[in-house]
Design a protein around this ligand. Structure first.
Ligand code: NAD
Length: 540
């Protein structure tokens, strides 16, 4: 029995490696890529630690190469879901009763394993399965995943140390219990690190989790699941349930002990989940916690006094890294009309330099979009813009699915601020530009604020301090993550807690204490040391 108060290390971020040609890290990654591409994997459901090959299988192919089969995954059905639920229920009490530092140690070990070499597996799987280039895979699958695993224990320690005040006559204690039931974690395809965080954050706080990975990222997510076993996570705490989203959701939301949803994905799906929860409300033992980080239509606003030379590369990266498939990707750009031509010329010239192709060839900045449905949807937006009055395609626009799902980085100039591609989330390499009247900045900020239903990220490029403050105030509710003289993406765990409001979610800030607070239910215990002689008040 250890009665000491454990001090986990202060948070830090895992530095990314650079993978220069011939470097040791590059050789290790290349070996892993080769091994994974040559050995298709059979991925089971994992319920209560049991690997189940259900026989209902889906193939996994590389988005940049239709002919490359990376494996197959087995879909969970009602029997596997019931097994997982049963396993979760039977392990819940023990897991919650473990001293918190024991739970923390599991995830800290997962972070250490990533740093010590497991990262190459995660990176290779993310490159092959989700078509990320080396850099995008490294900052996501390796660094951000490790950061969530190692930083969350520190945030948890900050929460657990918060106690209510006591006096000599009474002792007060705050007990931070997990939720009474299981958490359903539903993860998106676009960040391996989000798939790492959504199940592990509630588990760290003592919950058991039913995890449904996205169908297009099962490969990297399976390697996360294996990492938990290596790190010593007890069976049944996190259950891995790939399969048909609506079937799994109906089954899990129908359970009386459903206690929380940890979701990241599109706004439409989140809304449908929320309605599903509302429809079952009477059946639940407790009001479920609902955490959802959803879509974005993230803006970059270039003030007339900005340093244009540094704005252009940031805009290019913000819009086209990972093919614009980041919830935080810049997708609407506001340029001052009086100087728009020089900016547009520079932007188009730089964008035309971006090479599109396989993530395995290091010269390619832009790789494939995730799947056929995404390709069709993004292509549809580009085609619509071609025929929409007042829209002009200045760069890109070509789509090629002969080998993989490739879409050129595309810039659309819109004469109207509410053109379709200025308003709707496209989730692809498409940036729409509107040139605002810079004689009326207040009107321009109002436009930015009101154009889309989302409020995830946004950026302003400006120089003069009063102008920066004016934008900050005018756009106070337009973005949960606001950037000054930087692209609006690339949030780092602990440094830029991440999330947005309005149509972008519940703003529960992944990568901070604020998120972890949602996975606990506090009990205050008051112990009285005095004796009451009479019920009567003295003044009576
Ligand atoms: P998606 O909504 O299609 O899928 C997300 C998850 O929901 C997947 O696991 C999917 O299988 C599941 N799902 C789909 N239909 C469902 C249903 N009917 N019931 C239950 N689950 C269902 O999103 P995606 O394509 O994986 O990811 C892209 C979206 O995620 C974009 O809208 C993007 O902005 C958003 N996103 C937001 C953040 C953020 O932090 N705000 C981060 C990453 C991605």
């Amino acid at each position: 029995m250890n009665n000491g108060i454990c001090a986990v290390p202060a948070r830090r971020n895992l530095p990314n490696e650079h993978y220069l040609a011939g470097s040791p890290e590059r050789l290790k990654l290349e070996a892993e890529l080769e091994r994974m591409a040559a050995n298709p994997v059979e991925i089971p459901v994992v319920a209560g630690g049991k690997e189940i090959f259900t026989g209902r299988v889906k193939e996994i192919r590389a988005p940049h190469d239709h002919s490359l089969v990376l494996g197959r995954y087995h879909e969970a059905g009602p029997a596997e879901l019931d097994l997982a639920l049963q396993a979760g229920r039977s392990v819940a009490r023990d897991w919650a009763a473990l001293p918190w530092e024991e739970r923390a140690a599991v995830f800290m070990k997962a972070a250490a394993l990533i740093e010590q070499g497991y990262k190459y597996r995660l990176n290779a799987a993310t490159m092959l399965g989700q078509s990320k280039n080396i850099y995008q895979a490294e900052i996501d699958a390796a660094c951000e995943s490790a950061d969530f695993y190692s930083n969350n224990p520190y945030f948890a320690s900050q929460i657990y140390r918060r106690q209510s005040e006591s006096t000599s006559a009474e002792l007060n204690r705050l007990e931070y219990r997990p939720l009474e039931g299981f958490v359903y974690a539903v993860t998106p395809f676009n960040f391996t690190a989000i798939a790492a965080n959504l199940p592990s954050a509630p588990a760290l706080m003592g919950n058991v989790v039913m995890w449904k990975p996205a169908s297009s990222s099962v490969l990297s997510n399976w390697h996360l699941m294996q990492l938990y076993r290596l790190a010593g996570l007890p069976d049944g705490v996190i259950n891995f349930l790939p399969g048909r989203a609506s079937e799994i959701t109906t089954h899990l939301l129908g359970q009386p002990d459903f206690a929380g949803l940890h979701f990241t994905g599109s706004t439409g799906v989140f809304n449908s989940l929320w309605k599903g929860i509302a429809g079952n409300l009477e059946n639940y033992r407790t009001y479920p916690r609902i955490v959802g980080e959803t879509g974005g239509k993230d803006f970059v606003f270039v003030h007339p006094d900005a340093d244009f030379a540094s704005a252009i590369p940031a805009i290019v990266r913000g819009a086209f890294e990972y093919q614009g498939q980041k919830c935080s990707a810049s997708s609407r750009l506001y340029l001052p009309r009086s100087r728009s031509q020089e900016l547009l010329d520079a932007l188009v010239a730089e964008t035309k330099k971006l090479k599109v192709g396989s993530p395995l060839e290091p010269g390619n900045f832009v790789n494939a979009v995730i799947d056929k449905a995404a390709f069709a949807s993004i292509k549809g937006y580009i085609e619509k813009a071609r025929s929409e009055a007042g829209c002009h395609i200045l760069a890109g626009g070509k789509c090629d699915d002969s080998r993989g799902w490739f879409i050129e980085p595309t810039i659309i100039l819109a004469d109207k601020p509410d053109a379709t591609t200025m308003v709707e989330e496209i989730f692809g390499p498409v940036l729409t530009v509107y040139c605002y009247d810079d004689s009326d900045l207040d009107a321009a900020y109002k436009l930015v604020d009101a154009t889309s239903p989302y409020a995830l990220t946004g950026a302003i490029f400006a120089r003069e301090r009063r102008e920066i403050v004016r934008a900050l105030n005018a756009l106070a509710n337009a973005a949960g993550n606001f950037y000054i003289n930087d692209k609006p993406s690339g949030a780092v765990v602990g440094r830029q807690p991440f999330g947005g409001a309005r149509g972008s979610g519940t703003n529960d800030k992944a990568g901070s204490e604020l998120n972890l607070l949602r996975w606990i239910s506090a009990r205050n215990i008051k112990e009285n040391f005095t004796q009451l002689d009479s019920w009567a008040y003295g003044y009576m």
